[in-house]
Design a protein around this ligand. Structure first.
Ligand code: ARG
Length: 579
């Protein structure tokens, strides 16, 4: 049984201590809104945390920052966590943490059910709208990014105690279906459909689309098929249903490889019957305007153009569906926040309908997490099908490259295990290449970087993790019957002290990455932890260490392995026991 710990990280505890010292030293000379803030020290020689608030307060408190810092330092009580503090430079306060307290907290943290992560989301619901590919079209690289980033944010929020509803908002309704119906009836290749349904559906769509550009009668017929579908024509509905099912089962294969699961899979069609109601509600709120025969919400004042909610032909828009979706989610789940993950090209769309929802007076926090382009140089694929990069091809290639690496490094591994590990390493590499970058920057994917064993990559972290497990296995063989967990954890070396401090920064890193929606902060953290471990591994004896010391080191490195594994899991990446 894992126990529940207090909802406070080491940084929180220290912050409280320092804040109270400010209050004691300066009392009502402090601005009312004052909150002491701590930063991590860049240089461990100065301590672990620092507070620079004295500098900012100098003016309003009419006192030299160094003097402020000194009086705060004097007001600090003795505390088991605090080894010492010093005033430095123009008025910085540096804090050093006590080893015994660190050791105790490392053990408590890893024994806790939530890894000591403050449950800031307890009692709150978040709807996560991600992946959301379109029916009858293969997932492309933009959807893989939405799936991978969205799923990491999903896991992060769950780790912070949020009640998360992951909803795959499939593009399963819209004008393309008229063309697909026409294409399906006229150009279908049954065998191709059996072999690769989504690809064949896309092909008939492309062909039908091409025909509609040359042949107005074709376009008219497609429009009529669409109207029939929208009016509930049985034959068209049945075909549409088939397209959806074929696509979903194809997407499902990818989700299972990526270890992604949704709580809801409501496509756009789910909201179809609510669209007319949305228009009514907008009208009642006095938000509708006519423009060239279309119904729009005018957002010119906030420089967002106009949001078209009903086209001149009476059809509804992407925005209308999204407004209906928010209204429905609010009513059914009453979420605190809805998070959408898509590429940067949809920014205006989200800004527009977020504003419309606000004008309707709906209270819900809406957030669009957008990501930039991912460049895949031509040489990325040994087999490239067509001009769209297909997600499946990317994953296949990742697994086979990982397999080739494994066959070289671990020819002795059992073939079944080899397959499992190759999948974990290959898929992990693809995910991590994405998640380790700021989502909003343009990134270039290369296999060299994604699979590098010596750089910031998933295989590097997975290898660091497996290396610790293997030390622990050797320990069990060499010292049978010895129970390391019965010994004390003592932080004697600087590297041990630093590792403990780093381990204790895991919970605050998770909360910060969740709040800022930046999975790459977890990646950075794990990379630093793995590098730190690597120096430890190279310089400090483990199995040859003295009795007592040896057990303590085993306890420490086990915690490092556990945190690496848990952190990778937050990114949706598996850490096999052996590589
Ligand atoms: N299906 C859309 C696309 O592929 C993404 C949907 C995103 N979610 C939303 N609620 N609009 O571009």
């Amino acid at each position: 049984m894992k126990m529940q710990t207090s909802n406070k990280t080491v940084a929180d505890e220290l912050q409280e201590l320092v804040h109270n010292a400010f209050m004691k030293a300066l009392g009502d000379r402090l601005p009312e809104s004052f909150q002491a803030t701590l930063q991590r020290c860049a240089d461990p020689r100065h301590g672990e945390y620092q507070c620079n608030d004295a500098l900012a307060l100098a003016k309003s408190c009419r006192q030299a920052p160094r003097l402020i810092a000194q009086s705060v330092q004097e007001a600090l009580p003795e505390h088991p966590l605090l080894k010492g503090s010093e005033v430095a430079g123009p008025g910085f306060l540096n804090f050093r943490l006590e080893d015994a307290a660190l050791a105790e907290r490392v053990l408590a943290q890893n024994a806790a059910s939530s890894w000591g992560i403050p449950q800031v989301g307890a009692g709150k619901t978040v709807v996560m709208d991600y992946s959301s590919p379109n029916v009858a079209k293969p997932m492309h690289i933009g959807h893989i990014r939405s799936t991978v980033i969205g799923n990491a944010l999903d896991r992060l929020h769950r780790a912070c105690g949020y009640h998360v509803l992951a909803d795959n908002h499939l593009g399963d309704w819209g004008t393309q279906f008229g063309l697909i119906l026409m294409g399906y009836r006229n150009f279908l290749n049954e065998q191709a459909l059996a072999e690769n349904p989504v690809q064949e559906l896309e092909r008939v769509y492309v062909e039908s689309y091409g025909r509609s550009k040359e042949d107005p009668a074709w376009l008219d017929a497609a429009k009529q098929e669409l109207v029939k579908l929208q009016q509930g024509d049985a034959e068209n509905l049945a075909l549409w249903q088939k397209f959806v099912e074929l696509s979903l089962s194809e997407f499902e294969k990818i989700y299972s490889r990526l270890d992604v699961r949704f709580d809801l899979e409501r496509g756009e069609s789910f909201y179809n019957d609510m669209l007319a109601g949305v228009l009514e509600r907008l009208d009642q709120a006095g938000l509708l305007e006519e423009s060239d025969g279309a119904q729009v919400v005018n957002l010119e004042e906030e420089k967002l153009g106009v949001c078209i909610v009903q086209k001149s032909d009476g059809g509804f828009n992407y925005a209308t569906t999204d407004i209906a979706t928010v209204l429905n989610r609010k009513e059914e789940f009453d979420p605190e926040t809805v998070i959408y993950v898509t590429d940067e090209r949809q920014q205006l769309h989200f800004k527009q309908f977020f504003r419309v929802v606000e004008q309707l007076g709906v209270e819900v926090n809406l957030q669009h997490v957008w990501f930039g382009l991912m460049r895949l140089p031509d040489a990325t694929f040994s087999t490239r099908q067509g001009n769209v990069i297909k997600l499946e091809a990317l994953l296949d290639e990742a697994e086979s490259r990982a397999m080739a690496l494994l066959k070289e490094s671990r020819p002795d591994m059992d073939p079944e295990e080899q397959k499992r590990v190759a999948a974990a390493v290959g898929i992990g590499a693809v995910k991590y290449a994405d998640l380790s970058q700021n989502p909003q920057s343009v990134i270039t994917f290369t296999w060299e970087k994604a699979l590098a064993l010596d750089g910031n990559s998933a295989p590097y972290l997975q290898y660091a993790h497996a290396r610790i497990r293997s030390v622990l296995d050797k320990y069990a063989v060499q010292f049978p019957g010895e129970d390391a967990e019965a010994s004390d954890l003592e932080l004697k070396e600087d590297l041990e002290h630093n590792l403990a401090v780093k381990l204790l920064q895991y919970p605050e890193t998770v909360v910060a990455a969740t709040r800022r929606m930046r999975p790459n902060q977890i990646a950075d953290y794990l990379f630093e932890l793995a590098q730190m471990y690597s120096s430890y591994h190279q310089t400090i004896p483990f199995l040859k260490a003295d009795d007592g010391v040896r057990q303590s080191r085993m306890r420490l490195i086990r915690r490092v392995a556990d945190v690496l594994q848990a952190g990778l899991k937050l990114l949706g990446i598996e850490a096999p026991e052996r590589i």
